[in-house]
Design a binder for this molecule. Structure first.
Ligand SMILES: [Zn+2]
Length: 156
C-alpha cells in the first residue's frame, strides 16, 4: 500500500481535520481569500468546535474581518463555517454542488474518487469518506466529478 492510499483509507479523518483554513470568495472583490480559525489549545480536545477567534483576510483587496465569539457555526455546506462566505472551491457537478474547504480537502476528494475508479471493492466506513455524498461516490458520476475537481484545482 502506498502512503497515499493509507491516507485515503485512514478511518480517523473527518471533515473537521480539514477545517484549519478555508478558501472563500472575498465579498468585496470576489477573489480567493482566507478564513483562518484559531482553535482553543487549552482544551483537552482541540477542535473547530472550540474556536477562540476567527480571521478573514483577502490578500488581493486587503479586506479584513475578525470574530471573537464563535458560538455559532455552519458546518457542511458550500460556505465557511464562521462568516458563511461562499467557498472559493465550488462548482456545479452532476446536478449537485461540489465543494471543498481548501486544497488539502480537494486533494482528499480527488484521491478518493480516483481510487474508487481503480478499485471497486474497497469498503469504506465512518470518517469523512462515508460522509462523501452518495452522488460523488456513484460510479456513473466519478469521471465528471474528477473533471470538476481538476478544474477547481486550477483556480488559484
Ligand atoms: Zn478581496
Amino acid at each position: 500500500m502506498s502512503t497515499k492510499h493509507r491516507f485515503l483509507l485512514d478511518p480517523n479523518i473527518r471533515l473537521t481535520d480539514f477545517a484549519s483554513s478555508f478558501l472563500v470568495c472575498c465579498p468585496r472583490c470576489q477573489r480567493c481569500a482566507h478564513v483562518i480559525p484559531e482553535f482553543d489549545r487549552t482544551r483537552e480536545i482541540v477542535s473547530p468546535y472550540f474556536t477562540k477567534r476567527v480571521k478573514f483576510l483577502c490578500t488581493y483587496c486587503g479586506a479584513v474581518k475578525e470574530k471573537s465569539s464563535c458560538t455559532q457555526m455552519w458546518v457542511g455546506g458550500a460556505t465557511d463555517w464562521y462568516f458563511r462566505f461562499p467557498l472559493y472551491l465550488q462548482m456545479p457537478s452532476c446536478g449537485h454542488v461540489l465543494w471543498a474547504l481548501n486544497f488539502e480537502h480537494l486533494q482528499y476528494l480527488e484521491e478518493y474518487v480516483q481510487s474508487a475508479l481503480r478499485e471497486q471493492t474497497i469498503t469504506y466506513n465512518k470518517s469523512l469518506v462515508s460522509r462523501i455524498p452518495i452522488w460523488m461516490k456513484s460510479a456513473k458520476n466519478r469521471k465528471e466529478v474528477l473533471r470538476c475537481i481538476h478544474k477547481l484545482r486550477e483556480r488559484c
